[in-house]
Ligand binder design. Structure first.
Ligand code: SAH
Ligand code: SF4
Ligand code: F3S
Length: 466
């Protein structure tokens, strides 16, 4: 469909990779509906925010953004809130930001084309008519919040991937784990997987288009359950997650396969065996632990003990290739004592992570831990976070140093002109920037060997091996 010059949209994305990829699907869908994407709010007729509510701060960002652009409401711009804050706050968003006209959660994106028509024509579905509106209110309000019981993931043939070399594929949406601190099961709904057949078809299609790296996505990617054969229209052989990984890794043309995020409870040894057997599967696993204390893990309802977590780490450490391990940690969960925190610090040493994303506990709506008193003052949470980050930095300094002198294959991601360096990423997901003589300048998206010469706490620097 050709673009209508009057139908323009601006989309800003907050949150995790699932949101980033959802936005690619939303953009593809809008382009197909004849919209044109613009890079500023000023130019846009429709302004969309794909939002995240994982912590209070991420949620606040959305309302700050809406406030910043309130001034444009008089120009007839339409504002829409998508994603996790949309699902969590629902119609309350219309109260907090009355000029918003669209509120839509991720499980309802399949209905976006109809919703956009409603927005444009100003017509609501029967039974959804509204009382006369005061001036500051959006003249029409469209919501898509009720589809979380769907059995399907949001798939669209119009995905507008932003990078031509590496791309995401969602294999499972939602989460059934209900960790006591987490909003995701409430914002994303129940777990539902795509058939392995449709995942593989998308992987092959991407390979045909020239993609060489695929990242399989899910809140708990390894809780994947192939629905093949379960229902009419769901044909094909059932595959386990490890089998699906291997199959994607064997698609001709695909050189790297990543997957995120893995949940320790569902992390089987077969995943490590697949990494051993299939060289295209990257030697990196993100396995969030959240805490090193059994007492806290229990209160978080994480469904594993420190010992079980370390067992999975041991599987990875006995792999043929060195697997880089990264994690997420929450400090200051209600009731976390100094001893509990010390156990988290000792776990950092024991595992030897290559990166840790650490957060102060943030009480979230609907979650079971909201009922617990958030007794650890923010200052104390900040202190623990700082200690944890400093300890992890030391660990990384030591870990990154040992790569000096080694040669790794990197995917060339771009060029940093200011530093006269190429930006590279290793299979272990480490940043390995490098210099290259002008006559041997590599192409973005290609794979080249690089020798590391300098190490930093978060990255390496090296030179192209000629
Ligand atoms: N599904 C993934 C994580 C998704 S959310 C998993 O289970 O590991 C990403 C990270 O945000 C989590 O790993 C956790 O460390 C953090 N997080 C989630 N809820 C939080 C909260 N209420 N306060 C602080 N951090 C939180
Ligand atoms: Fe949230 Fe836990 Fe589900 Fe991860 S597994 S998304 S932390 S509820
Ligand atoms: Fe945020 Fe929703 Fe992802 S809450 S982390 S955008 S699933």
């Amino acid at each position: 469909m050709s673009a209508d010059p009057h139908k323009t949209f601006y989309l800003e994305t907050f949150g995790c990779q699932m949101n980033v990829h959802d936005s690619e699907k939303v953009i593809g869908t809008l382009l197909h509906e004849g919209y044109r994407q613009v890079q500023t709010v000023e130019e846009a007729g429709l302004v969309l925010y794909n939002t995240c509510s994982i912590r209070d701060k991420t949620e606040q960002k959305v309302f700050n953004r809406l406030n910043d652009y309130k001034k444009y409401q008089k120009q007839g711009k339409k504002f829409g809130v998508l994603g996790c804050v949309a699902q969590q706050e629902g119609e309350k968003i219309f109260e907090r930001a009355p000029y918003v006209s669209l509120v839509c959660g991720s499980a309802s994106y399949r209905n976006l084309p109809q919703m956009l028509i409603q927005l444009e024509t100003g017509k609501l579905e029967a039974g959804k008519s509204e009382a006369p509106k005061p001036e500051a209110r959006s003249p029409i309000r469209v919501t898509g919040l009720d589809d979380r019981e769907t059995e399907d993931c949001f798939e669209t043939e119009f995905t507008a991937r932003s990078n031509p070399h590496r791309g995401y594929i969602t294999i499972i949406e939602g989460c059934d784990k209900f960790c006591s601190y987490c909003v995701v099961p409430f914002t994303r709904g129940k777990e539902r997987s795509r058939t392995s057949e449709s995942v593989l078809a998308e992987a092959r299609q991407m390979a045909d288009l020239g993609y060489t790296e695929i990242q399989l996505l899910g809140q708990n990617v390894n809780s994947y359950k192939d629905p093949a054969g379960d229902r009419p229209g769901k044909s094909g052989d059932k595959k386990t997650f490890a089998e699906l990984l291997a199959a994607v890794g064997e698609v001709p043309g695909i050189r790297r396969v990543r997957f995120t995020t893995s949940h320790p409870r569902d992390f089987g040894r077969d995943i490590v065996e697949a990494i051993d057997a299939v060289p295209t599967l990257c030697d990196h696993v993100h396995l969030p632990v959240q805490s090193g204390s059994d007492r806290v893990l229990n209160a978080m309802q994480r469904l594993y003990s420190r010992e079980q977590y370390l067992e999975r780490i041991a599987w990875m450490k006995s792999a043929k290739r060195e697997i880089s391990i990264t994690s997420d940690i929450i400090v200051g969960f209600p009731g976390e004592t100094e001893e509990d925190f010390a156990e988290t610090l000792s776990l950092l040493e024991e595992v030897g992570y290559d990166a840790v994303f650490s957060f102060k506990y943030s009480p979230r709506p609907n979650t079971p831990s909201l009922a617990l008193e958030d007794a650890i003052p923010d200052q104390e949470k900040a202190r623990r976070l700082e200690i944890l980050m400093a300890r992890q930095r030391e660990i990384q300094i030591t870990r990154y140093k040992k790569y000096i002198g080694t040669i790794s294959e990197v995917m060339v991601e771009g060029r940093n002109e200011a530093r006269a360096q190429w930006i590279g990423r290793t299979s272990q997901n480490k940043t390995l920037n490098f210099t290259a003589p002008e006559q041997a300048a590599p192409k973005v998206g290609t794979y080249v060997p690089v020798r590391a010469t300098v190490s930093f706490p978060n990255s390496l620097l090296g030179e192209l091996v000629l």
